[in-house]
Design a protein around this ligand. Structure first.
Ligand code: SAH
Length: 374
């Protein structure tokens, strides 16, 4: 114990949460990457999402660490809202629940509900549920949506949102924030990558000495190759698939990640102030995320009993949903915004922007028509 206290001043863990994590490891042993991510993102005092509003462009007055599609343009939320309304219509306009996972600032939901007003019947048949773990972001969402006119409730637990009714669900950049475990192929087998303390008491990565007991079926992995297991994500996709298969509905999951082949690289990343940062040095001050394994999500949704469509590139989806025409309409109404609107469309759909790295996966009940854009 004393050894760590004496050297604490040399520690690279420069913030209070990093020091608390170091003491936890000292007391209880190494943390898995998933445990570390959960603390760094959600610790009530120092966790990244628990304590701040991370969204915004680098130079605008909001500051912010990164920017997401709904924050780039209202068109994103509008088109997703119309996607939902179309699926609801195609399934015979059931009594429904509109669920958003990880709604950030609430912008996507505000834009989606505004677009959904085109079909007032939808709003009268739907209860809106926001699944959000962060008190800071919940407060911002309540403010954003205070004039939406819809009946909205908040919960931290997805279980509170899935029973009894057809579920129409949106999740943008949510799954990338769920914890992953990492395993590295060694001569001993697949060893789990853990967060430990180095000789100075600073957080560092180390491989578990014993190979993992998990059966990891990734043939062809080179020595040093990574396997990232997103158990929290696949369990959730299976739950959503189960709810949709049972009660109807549709889910649209949009995120950055890989489609068919996951590869053997690692994708855990830290971002602060629009730049990549160290994963371990300042936990809670930077966002942590990992690429979403869409093939694994699709498989999980299908084992829940639903049908998965895609993934398709975000660019392809938004083009098929009519983003170009929508942009032209907005420019007609506000010609002075032409440059900004054109740039936003390009950013959302071009391969050099978010068009191909970001992908969309749809989940629908067996036998229902293909959703728009797929
Ligand atoms: N969808 C928003 C925000 C994406 S950031 C946008 O596109 O702008 C991730 C969001 O998921 C944040 O709102 C974060 O607080 C929330 N979140 C992360 N993990 C969560 C969890 N386990 N349960 C509920 N919400 C979570």
């Amino acid at each position: 114990m004393a050894r760590f206290r004496d050297t604490e001043s040399e520690s690279r863990a420069v913030n209070a949460l990093g020091q608390r994590i170091a003491r936890l490891i000292e007391a209880q042993g190494p943390l898995s990457v998933a445990q570390f991510m959960t603390i760094a993102l959600h610790d009530p005092q120092g966790g990244y999402y628990a304590t701040r509003d991370p969204f915004g462009a680098p130079k605008n007055d909001k500051g912010g660490d990164f920017i997401t599609a709904p924050e780039i343009s209202q068109m994103f939320g509008e088109l997703l809202g119309l996607w939902i309304v179309q699926c609801w219509h195609d399934q015979g306009k059931p009594l429904a629940r509109l669920v958003e996972l990880g709604p950030g600032r609430g912008t996507l939901m505000a834009d989606a509900l505004r677009a959904a007003r085109l079909m007032p019947e939808f709003l009268s048949r739907v209860e809106v549920v926001m699944v959000e773990i962060s008190p800071a972001l919940t407060a911002i969402q309540k403010e954003t949506l205070k004039d939406s006119g819809a009946a909205i409730r908040w919960t931290t637990q997805i279980e509170d949102a899935l029973d009894g009714r057809a579920i129409f669900l949106l999740a943008n950049e949510f799954f990338d924030a769920l914890p992953i475990r990492q395993f590295v192929k060694t001569e001993r087998g697949w060893c789990e990558r853990m967060v430990v303390l180095d000789e100075n008491g600073a957080l560092t990565f180390a491989l578990s000495p014993e190979p993992s007991a998990l059966a990891i079926a990734r043939s062809g992995a080179p020595l040093g190759g990574f396997y990232e297991s997103a158990q929290a994500s696949t369990a959730l996709a299976e739950q959503i698939g189960g709810a949709i298969a049972q009660n109807g509905g549709a889910a649209l999951i949009v995120d950055y990640g890989y489609g068919a082949e996951a590869g053997f690289g690692e994708t855990l990343q830290a971002v602060g102030d629009h730049k990549f940062a160290s994963v371990l040095e300042t936990p809670g001050d930077v966002d942590l995320s990992a690429h979403v394994d869409f093939a694994a999500l699709a498989e999980a949704a299908q084992s829940g009993g639903a049908v998965a469509c895609g993934p398709v590139g975000q660019g392809e989806l938004l083009e098929k949903l009519g983003i170009v025409a929508r942009g032209e309409r907005l420019i007609e109404r506000n010609p002075s915004a032409m440059h900004d609107i054109t740039r936003a469309v390009e950013r959302l759909i071009l391969p050099g922007g978010m068009g191909t790295l970001f992908k969309a996966l749809a989940i629908v009940p067996p036998g229902s028509p293909k959703p728009p854009g797929f």
